[in-house]
Structure formats: structure tokens, C-alpha cells
Ligand binder design. Structure first.
Ligand SMILES: Nc1ncnc2c1ncn2[C@@H]1O[C@H](COP(=O)(O)OP(=O)(O)OP(=O)(O)O)[C@@H](O)[C@H]1O
Length: 309
């Protein structure tokens, strides 16, 4: 359904995409992941026919985005990472406006719009002005707008960004429903676990290059993120993280508000020695245990280069 071959994009002298290849079969939910500035939005804008590639080919349902943009537009629903809503319109009017833009007759819209509002859990907001909606509601309204012409493909650029945990879960549930409806979905995020539950495949992009692509489990296996140790200390957590970076068996270190996550290649004996070492450095260890490898760890392992800017 989506086929990208040797796609490159330059902004002046800057190469934002470098020879990207991507093949997404129909009905797949594809998670497009990468740090800020990696090239996700650029790829999605090209797929959405809003930007021309410098070289290479991108096709949606067999149609070339450069040569047949109108055919592509019939087949896609695109949700950009930043979007505006017309503040003089009510929710229902807003969807009528977009439906009319796709030449959907009013009688059909009258039936369709309540269904769409129900799908995105906004039925009770049908007569509310769109600028009075919360951010999460606006995101869901924008999603409904993308669905109005029943596209086969959804291109969603960070649909859950800026949402609180409850709103994220709500968004995830809606996307699950869309998957069940057979849509092909490409969804970007710089937060991998957010996608974990719903994607069939992921592609990881960094500095404009695809660094890993395939089924989540395969990527996990390929990268052999064997063991992740989770360490909590009373204080000086950042110092501990920095020290652990230099340890021989350690391949990556992530420090967050839950503690330090250490990718560790050693066996039981080396693990004991590492704990002894941390204590000998004078850290007061609250806990030290093996955590389950999650997608965040995989992401960290792949994108060692960090953000582009
Ligand atoms: N119009 C533009 N002119 C010049 N450089 C641009 C332009 N748009 C994007 N870039 C650069 O291209 C690179 C890729 O940007 P892009 O927005 O595709 O990344 P992204 O992966 O979507 O990042 P984010 O997660 O922050 O949205 C970045 O370094 C960005 O600064």
C-alpha cells in the first residue's frame, strides 16, 4: 500500500532524507520512530503530496505521489503534527466543511458525521465551538476529519503528542478500531513504547536514514538487547549514569525519573561485580534488578547518535 524507493529530500544543502526505502503492506500499522529532527515529518509530508522529493519514488496504492497526487489524496487521510482549527465553527460544521471539500453530498454527510463523532468519542461535543475543545479533543476531531472520505491509508504525524496519559490511551483505542477496520496506518512518534501495543512493524529513522525496520520482536532479537538492569540510588543518579557508560559490559545507559536503565551484556557473575562496583563507588543503592527489555531500550540501542540538532 505504501512503497518508498530511494527517497531523498534536501532542504538547500541539508540532506533531511537519505535514500529511504520502505514497504508497507495493506492493513499494516506501521510505527515510524525517531528522535526529533530525524526526518519523520518530511517523509510523511511527501507521502501526503504536500512536498516534492528531491529524488526517489513514493507510491500510495500504486500511485506515484509526484505524478498522480490527486489519486493519492483520495486514498489518504493526513494528520499533520501541527494543525489549526477554524474557531468560528462548531464541531459538526467543521466536519461538514471538510466533507464538502471532498464533494460528499450533504445527505451522506448527515449520516456520516454522527458516526465519525462517535468513533472519536466526541458525540457530546457536536454543537460546541472547536476552539473550546481541549487539545486531546481537537486531535480527535482532526482524526475524524482525516477519515471523512474513508481513506485506505492514514498518515498520522505524532497524533498523541502533547496529550495527557488518559487522552493518549483514548487515542490508542481509536487507532485500534481503525486497524480493525482494515486501514493501513503509518504513525510517527518519538516515544516508542507509546506505539508498542498497536504497531505490527516499526521503522527507526535517524539523521534521515532508516537504521532498522521490521517486526518489533525481530528488531529486538537482532539488536540482542540481552539484559536491562534497573538501578535506583539515593542521590547522584546522573553521575552514576555517566560512570556506567564507561563500563565494559554496558552498551547503553538511560537515566529517567524511575532510575538508571543499563543495557548489560554480562552474565550473573559480572552482574554481581557491577553491583559491588557501584557500592564501592559510594552510591547508596535502593534497588538493583533485571528489568524487562522494552521498546524504549531497543530505541536507545539503535539511535545512539541522539537527536539531529
Ligand atoms: N522547511 C525546512 N527547511 C529547512 N530544513 C528543514 C525544513 N523542514 C525540516 N527541516 C529539517 O529537516 C530535518 C528533518 O525534519 P523533520 O521535521 O522531518 O523531522 P522529524 O523526525 O519529523 O522531527 P520531529 O520529531 O521533531 O517532528 C530537521 O533537521 C529539520 O530541521
Amino acid at each position: 500500500m505504501i512503497d518508498i524507493q530511494h527517497l531523498s529530500k534536501r532542504y538547500g544543502n541539508f540532506a533531511a532524507l537519505k535514500d529511504i526505502n520502505l514497504h508497507i503492506p495493506e492493513g499494516t500499522v506501521f510505527g515510524f520512530v525517531g528522535p526529533n529532527g530525524a526526518g519523520k515529518s518530511t517523509t510523511m509530508a511527501i507521502l501526503a503530496t504536500l512536498m516534492l522529493p528531491t529524488s526517489g519514488v513514493a507510491r500510495v496504492d500504486g500511485f506515484d505521489v509526484t505524478r498522480h497526487p490527486k489519486e493519492v489524496r483520495k486514498r489518504i487521510g493526513y494528520m499533520p503534527d501541527f494543525f489549526g482549527v477554524y474557531d468560528q465553527l462548531k464541531t459538526t460544521e467543521y466536519l461538514h466543511f471538510y466533507g464538502a471539500s471532498y464533494n460528499i453530498p450533504r445527505t451522506e454527510r448527515e449520516k456520516l458525521i454522527p458516526q465519525l463523532l462517535e468513533l472519536v468519542n466526541l458525540s457530546d461535543k457536536r454543537d460546541v465551538y472547536v476552539d473550546g475543545l481541549s487539545r486531546g479533543m481537537k486531535q480527535r476531531l482532526c482524526l475524524a476529519r482525516c477519515l471523512i472520505h474513508d481513506p485506505k491509508v492514514l498518515i498520522l504525524d505524532e497524533p498523541a503528542s502533547g496529550l495527557d496519559p488518559r487522552a493518549r490511551i483514548e487515542m490508542r483505542e481509536i487507532l485500534k478500531e481503525l486497524k480493525q477496520m482494515g486501514k493501513t496506518i503509518i504513525i510517527s512518534s518519538h516515544i516508542l513504547p507509546e506505539l508498542a501495543e498497536m504497531v505490527d512493524e516499526i521503522g527507526v529513522i535517524e539523521h534521515g536514514e532508516m537504521v532498522a525496520q521490521g517486526r518489533v520482536a525481530d528488531i529486538q532479537a537482532r539488536l540482542r538487547v540481552k539484559k536491562v538492569l534497573h538501578v535506583r540510588v539515593m542521590e547522584r543518579q546522573e553521575e552514576l549514569a555517566a560512570r556506567l557508560q564507561d563500563e565494559a559490559m554496558v552498551s547503553a545507559v538511560l537515566s529517567d525519573n524511575t532510575g538508571v536503565h543499563v543495557h548489560f551484556g554480562g552474565g550473573d557473575l559480572e552482574q554481581v561485580q557491577l553491583l559491588q562496583k557501584i557500592i564501592s563507588w559510594g552510591f547508596a543503592v535502593i534497588s538493583f534488578h533485571e528489568a524487562q527489555t522494552n521498546l524504549e531500550d531497543v530505541f536507545l540501542e539503535i539511535t545512539k547518535g541522539g537527536p539531529a540538532e
